[in-house]
Design a protein around this ligand. Structure first.
Ligand code: 2AL
Length: 245
């Protein structure tokens, strides 16, 4: 089985970091095809970054479909372009935020999200609303860490900072699980789970295992209703190359 792991930002070190985490949990026989957007922002931390990341992300979804991958993972915690990607794809498309939140709900009555900059907190709240999970998430906590500070291996200082925020979540929020709110935190999941004694869920690894499950069951994206293929029409200007074909 081939899973296309898409980093929708354009930072190669981050793509490599998430690929390592994905390959660590992938089943024997699962090939992780790690790719990133060719156009767009270096990190996605605002609605503007997200809008500018979508053409490059959708181009990767199309390329993966043409190559016949069995599933796609969008590896950014804002789940950018998830609905558009599902319109475009026949294979399942999993967003790491939805994957992590769903998995947290399977093992705990409630969870808190520990994420990057305060600026990304409203996005997480919007996703919780969209996914019908508001009642399961007690709090979305920012660490003040920018995404690109997490692009390579996480430093001891940042490990400590993220760990401390997780400990505060457990002490103050009354939750039984933590969801990590950035693809760049994927290298912290195992050690934090061991240190904290509760499930700490990283979206990259959660999404890979959900993608494997859907692909193994041959469950594909519905092409009726909301995720029907977009209609073919010309796009003007610099967007012409991104028009549905
Ligand atoms: C992210 C992420 O995972 N990748 C990125 O570019 N931005 N998430 C976040 N909460 O800022």
């Amino acid at each position: 089985m081939r899973i296309q792991l898409i980093n929708p930002n354009t930072t190669t070190a981050m793509t490599e970091k998430m690929a390592v985490a994905a390959r660590e949990v992938a089943a024997a026989g699962t090939h992780i095809l790690a790719v990133q957007s060719a156009t767009g922002p270096a990190s996605i931390e605002s609605a503007t970054d997200e809008a500018m990341a979508l053409p490059g992300l959708l181009a990767q979804i199309r390329a993966g479909e043409a190559a016949g991958v069995d599933a796609h993972v969008i590896a950014c915690f804002g789940d950018p372009g998830l609905r558009a990607a599902r319109e475009t794809a026949n294979a399942p498309v999993i967003g790491i935020a939805e994957a992590a939140m769903q998995m947290a709900c399977l093992v705990s009555a409630s969870f808190s999200v520990v994420t990057t900059l305060a600026r990304t907190v409203p996005t997480a709240h919007r996703l919780l609303e969209d996914y019908g999970m508001k009642s399961r998430c007690r709090r979305v906590r920012a660490t003040g860490i920018a995404v690109l500070e997490l692009e390579a291996q996480t430093s001891d200082l940042l490990r400590q900072k993220i760990g401390d925020e997780c400990r505060r979540a457990l002490a103050e929020d009354g939750v039984g699980a933590i969801v990590l709110g950035c693809a760049g935190m994927a290298d912290l999941c195992t050690e934090l789970t061991e240190q904290l004694g509760v499930p700490v869920i990283d979206g990259v690894t959660a999404a890979v295992k959900l993608a494997e499950a859907l692909a193994a069951l041959q469950i594909r994206t519905s092409k009726r209703g909301d995720y029907a293929l977009p209609s073919i029409k010309p796009y003007a200007g610099v967007m012409a190359q991104f028009a549905p074909a």
